[in-house]
Design a binder for this molecule. Structure first.
Ligand code: F6R
Length: 261
């Protein structure tokens, strides 16, 4: 794990975008794993800026989103398909036929999940996976106690996650209970994983994920087993880490050639 602590979320997002852009320039056919929620919004803004001002080209890329609410279609304002369209896809040149998001309206959910897994494999696997983290340590919508080997499937949200996500809906009652999410096993097969976490309410989850034991009680902690996991934090989300000074020293003293690896 590489822990990158920035003064604020904008700086952290620029750092993550720099890594992502370097991977896309190196591999124009990169397969991207994408997240929704509040966290990746500044990252997506920076990616859009790089597309517009620096010609960062997505025409050869393919994308797979982590998750979607069961029962919400593209026309629902809180659906993740709508979120991605508004916050990223409408502003970059990623071909529409290479965008994949679980279908919240699928009639046969297990068959849809199996097909989603197969599409990821057929695309050659995910090169860079973007992740946020829930205040309970979830990644994707793999809530605590999810199998650390799980694949794409239906999950039930915890009360805490439904409450955390209520601001995207008219009321907490409107937040669906069920979601389709890539599994933890699916996420762990990505070649590189970038987890972003900002704000005080993520500090406990981040401390558990980075410095706690690997446990299904904090699903993000499995990233300790990933060979290329980069954790982009602001000061607040990093505030409970015991080895903050060490992580800072490592980052400040990296050889240049290692920065975008
Ligand atoms: C979203 C996702 C979730 C979020 C997490 C944090 O696609 O998979 O794991 O990343 O719930 O959400 P925010 O960023 O809104 O705090």
């Amino acid at each position: 794990m590489e822990i990158i602590i920035s003064p604020d979320s904008a700086t952290a997002s620029r750092e993550a975008a720099r890594f992502l852009a370097a991977r896309i320039r190196k591999n124009p056919g990169a397969v991207l794993g994408l997240a929704t929620g509040s966290t990746p919004v500044p990252l997506y803004r920076e990616i859009i800026r790089r597309h517009r001002e620096e010609g960062l080209d997505f025409s050869g890329c393919t994308s797979f989103n982590l998750d979607e609410y069961v029962g919400l279609g593209a026309d629902h304002p809180a659906s993740y398909r709508r979120f991605m369209q508004e916050n990223l896809f409408s502003a970059i040149n990623l071909p529409a036929d290479r965008i994949h998001i679980p279908d919240g309206l699928a009639s046969d959910i297990p068959a849809h999940c199996a097909a989603y897994e197969k599409s990821i494999l057929d695309a050659g696997g995910i090169d860079v996976q973007i992740l946020g983290i829930g205040s309970d340590g979830h990644v994707g919508f793999n809530e605590p106690t999810s199998s650390l080997a799980s694949r794409t499937r239906i999950k039930t949200l915890t009360t805490r996650t439904r409450s955390d996500n209520a601001h995207f809906f008219d009321s907490e009652n409107d937040v669906p209970h069920h979601v389709i999410t890539m599994g933890i096993g699916t996420i762990m097969e990505a070649r590189a994983v970038l987890l972003l976490a900002f704000g005080e309410n993520k500090a406990e989850a981040v401390a558990g994920a980075v410095e706690g034991p690997i446990s299904a009680n904090n699903p993000a902690s499995i990233l300790q087993m990933h060979p290329t996991a980069k954790i982009y934090l602001d000061e607040k989300s990093a505030s409970l880490l015991k080895r903050r000074d060490y992580y800072r020293w490592v980052r400040d003293n990296k050889p240049d050639w290692q920065r975008d690896c």
